[in-house]
Design a protein around this ligand. Structure first.
Ligand SMILES: [Cu+2]
Length: 98
């Protein structure tokens, strides 16, 4: 499952924000965050996290990292916020660590 197409990104503003052209040409500001969770055991966990967060409206990209026990998420701040991402992670068994 793919949640974004890197070729569509047109501009990177620092490390935290991206501007992306929407299909009708408007500029959507995307936010990114990295959430540390207590443990990501394996590649199957990574898949579960990608799928569960990817179904939330406004989530564009999910990059779980098993080695670092964290999840990098790129999302549309007008549709979803970090609290909702953290709640979803906890619901599926990956409690945020901080
Ligand atoms: Cu696992």
């Amino acid at each position: 499952m793919t949640f974004h197409s890197p070729g569509r990104f047109t501009l990177v503003l620092g490390l935290l924000h991206l501007l992306q052209m929407g299909q009708d040409g408007e500029v959507i500001e995307m936010a990114s965050t990295t959430i540390v969770v207590k443990e990501i055991h394996c590649g199957s966990c990574e898949h579960t996290i990608r799928t569960a967060l990817g179904y939330l409206d406004g989530v564009r990209a999910v990059k779980p990292d098993q080695a670092r026990n964290d999840v990098r998420v790129t999302y549309d701040e007008t549709k979803v916020d970090e609290a909702a991402l953290r709640r979803r992670l906890a619901e599926i068994g990956y409690e945020p660590a901080d």
